[in-house]
Write a protein that binds this ligand. Structure first.
Ligand SMILES: [Zn+2]
Length: 787
């Protein structure tokens, strides 16, 4: 459609010429339709020079924008809208695709859907709802490319858009008449170019098809898909504000890729556990639709399809729509090497959680026998699944809209005596960020004399509930007694992560509206940081490193930091002249020390800090510097500096000890400057984390060598200060999530300072800046650097 909403859309986009259009009009609508479909609509290869799905070809973001702009200009079924700029400053877009008639009435359909989303907006009854359902269209949001190395999704967006814009097939016509499709070619446009540039640079070399040696989102890399309730990143904010909250889609199709050696395609239903605040109609909806697509693809001869395996429905961090009336249809297609083909032998196929790709089962089949696997196979699975989904959305329009209304109706019903009425947040500075998050998630907040009230009886009450209450992750074990890992993490209690003051209130509850609210003006958690801190940056990308930079930039406006690569550590014997503190974000000790091995990557990206780097870091501390290690990086420090500390979690079997992303309770020693301003009890985000035991003062013989703690002569435990530890009663340790074998860390240290020479080493046995969410423990990190 020729709506010039596009920034900088010039007349050159009408390149087909208006005279052509004028003469075609004379030939009648049918001919116009047919000819415009065949002759006017640009094919992806007209713009790209190749067809998406061709081997070894990726599109740049500029080409993607160009194609969608041209499609907008040429087609009356497509409108492209810019929603803002990404973190690195390029435009982010989505295409609205529907019949020309529907596109003329978008405001009407938006209104119908907004009403159905909030049944409080019309007087009472199901009769009115029925009328709205009869008028409305199924809103389908298709999101591609949140993970930029899963290149098939972004490529498929061209194919999906082109077919919808150009086809005269009856089923496409039915889709266009009954649905409004919102297509996002990439949820992370910055990453499209990061991956393409690396791919093109390594094409034809031994490194063709490797992932780039940097995060493909400026700060958070792969974690960009773990942000759908905390909304820390610009891209998440734009899509939530400008698409989800405007359109309230009934179906969200989120297109991903998985590893090479499992199923060819995963579709819902998700495996257990399902987070208890996900409405039952959502579970019913994704089960029905996922099974429908799987059956449809099998009928068309597609192989290797699994459902009800690998991916659970626990965390809202990937599933905004589950708490906003829409099902999320995750699809995960097997990868090749970016756009380079691979060959997979049958006996290389490996079982995943709850299925085996070598064996036909109720939730898997038919078996794929192995062979070549191309980017074209990936785009074929993806586009076929997307059209199957769209057919279902069109055929069952009234059912989808009715289900959507039923979810809203249950959400807004007045609560009965004894039921949860809602949550009251104290008026305090530290609750402000949490309020912002809830409001972005569509929650209404009422100011009362008691504080900010979040009522359950509103359309997205369950979204608030899941973020404010504690999670009790089920104790899932396999037949051998081993814990079944969650797909992501087990806790998302923002109340704890923000150290928010909150109480739950039940019906009956009376509240009064104040004349003016009493928000206090406490300063934020901004520490006194000088400009001389550095954050270690490896070529093995660490999402925690990105999150650390993000938190520094967002929270410490008064400060700057320096990204410190391996080569600078190796070549600088006097790091203390440049920096006061160096932070090592969460990363495995081996990848800090050794990085990529030779041969895995071009030479300049291989290696870690190595022995020379360790020596320079030692000198840095002895001369008065502060080294801060986060989570697994602490084990690097224990080993390399021979600290009198033992990580008690090392060597524990998973069946005895397993805490996969949970919130734990800690007790702080407030006499330490690092705990300044903190409460006596706080939290720790525990995920693959160490826990510390302080070893006796005398050096202990280990493995035939005498461990010599530090390089100073009289090392003693006086040099070790425990700042935070876990409660000695194991039952007190878990606050939210799942903790198997918590007794193993009972009474052990979570945060320690080791003095060495004139400086110090600080070990965090947790992630104090977890995904930009754990505001409660930001001050510990900032104090550690400032002191
Ligand atoms: Zn993915």
């Amino acid at each position: 459609m020729n709506n010039h909403r596009f920034l900088g859309l010039s007349s050159s986009f009408l390149y087909k010429g208006s005279t052509t259009f004028a003469s075609l009009r004379l030939c009648g609508i049918f001919l116009l339709f047919a000819l415009s479909a065949l002759a006017q609509i640009p094919q992806p290869k007209d713009v790209l020079g190749f067809t998406p799905g061709d081997d070894r070809k990726l599109a740049s973001w500029a080409q993607t924008l160009d194609y969608f702009k041209k499609l907008d200009a040429a087609s009356d079924r497509v409108q492209v809208t810019e929603i803002g700029n990404t973190t690195m400053g390029v435009p982010m877009i989505y295409a609205t695709i529907s019949s020309p008639e529907n596109l003329k009435n978008l405001e009407k359909y938006k209104g119908v859907n907004a009403k159905l989303a909030d049944p409080r907006t019309f007087k009472s009854n199901d009769v009115e709802a029925k009328k709205l359902v009869a008028e409305g269209k199924t809103i389908v949001l298709i999101t591609c490319g949140v993970h930029s190395d899963e290149v098939g999704g972004e490529l498929s967006s061209f194919l999906i858009a082109y077919r919808l814009a150009s086809s005269s097939d009856a089923d496409v016509k039915k889709i266009l008449d009954n649905t409004i499709i919102l297509l996002v070619p990439s949820l992370n446009p910055d990453g499209v170019d990061i991956v393409k540039n690396w791919y093109d640079k390594t094409l034809g070399t031994p490194y063709e098809g490797t992932d780039p040696p940097q995060l493909y989102n400026k700060y958070v890399g792969h974690d960009d898909n773990r942000d759908w309730y905390a909304f820390t990143q610009i891209e998440t904010q734009l899509v939530v504000d400008k698409i989800h909250n405007v359109w309230h889609p009934q179906i969200v199709h989120d297109i991903h890729q998985q590893g090479e050696y499992g199923s060819r395609l995963f579709l819902p239903p998700y495996m257990q556990p399902v987070e208890p605040n996900v409405p039952k109609q959502i579970v019913e909806g994704y089960t029905e639709l996922g099974n429908y697509i799987a059956a449809d693809l099998r009928k068309q001869g597609f192989q290797g399809i699994t459902t009800d395996s690998t991916y659970d429905a626990w965390t809202p961090s990937r599933a905004y729509s589950h708490y906003h009336g829409g099902v999320r249809i995750l699809s995960e297609t097997a990868s090749c090497k970016l756009a380079s083909p691979i060959t997979v032998k049958f006996d290389e196929l490996r079982p995943g959680e709850h299925y085996d790709p070598r064996k036909e089962a109720a939730n898997f089949g038919p078996v794929w026998q192995g062979g070549e696997w191309h980017i074209g196979d990936i785009t074929r699975y993806m586009t076929t699944a997307a059209f199957s989904l769209l057919r279902n959305a069109a055929d069952n329009r009234e059912k989808w809209l009715t289900r959507f209304y039923e979810i809203g109706k249950e959400a807004v019903r007045p609560r009965r005596n004894g039921e949860l009425f809602g949550f009251v947040l104290d008026y305090s500075y530290k609750n402000e960020r949490l309020k912002e998050i809830l409001e972005r998630g569509g929650l209404e907040i009422t100011e009362t004399m008691d504080g900010d009230l979040v009522k359950m009886a509103q359309p997205y009450g369950y979204f608030a509930k899941t973020l404010l209450e504690r999670q009790a992750y089920p104790n899932l074990k396999d037949s051998a007694g081993n814990p079944i890992p969650p797909y992501d993490v087990t806790a998302h209690t923002l109340t704890l992560l923000h150290d928010a003051d909150l109480k739950t209130v039940k019906v009956p509850y009376r509240y009064r509206i104040p004349n003016g609210s009493g928000i206090s003006n406490d300063p934020g958690p901004c520490g006194k940081i000088d400009e001389k801190s550095a954050i270690y940056k490896s070529y093995v990308p660490s999402m925690d490193e990105g999150w650390t930079r993000f938190v520094f930039e967002k929270e410490l406006v008064c400060s700057r930091y320096f990204s410190l690569p391996n080569r600078e550590i190796i070549s600088s014997p006097n790091l203390n002249l440049r920096f006061r503190a160096i932070i090592f974000p969460d990363q495995s000790p081996n990848s800090i020390l050794n990085g990529f091995p030779k041969g895995a990557m071009p030479d300049e990206y291989t290696g870690g800090v190595g022995k020379e780097g360790v020596e320079n870091l030692k000198k840095f501390v002895e001369a008065g510097g502060t080294l801060v290690f986060l989570n697994r990086a602490s084990d690097f420090a224990i080993d390399q500096f021979n600290l009198p500390i033992r990580d008690v979690t090392r060597g524990l079997a998973r069946k005895d000890f397993y805490i996969p992303g949970s919130i734990l309770r800690t007790e702080l020693d407030l006499s330490s400057p690092i705990a300044k301003g903190m409460p006596k009890e706080s939290i720790a985000w525990f995920e693959g984390s160490p826990a510390f035991e302080i070893l006796p003062a005398t050096p202990v013989a280990m493995g035939g060598t005498i461990g010599v703690p530090y390089s100073q002569p009289n090392a003693s435990t006086d040099n070790v200060h425990v700042i935070a530890r876990y409660p000695s009663d194991p039952k007190q340790i878990l606050l939210s999530g799942w903790a198997l074998g918590a007794e193993k860390i009972a009474g052990k240290a979570a945060l320690v300072q080791v003095n060495m020479g004139k400086g110090k080493i600080i070990l965090f046995g947790f992630r104090p800046q977890y995904r930009g969410q754990s505001l409660a423990t930001f001050p510990l990190l900032f104090n550690a650097i400032a002191n």
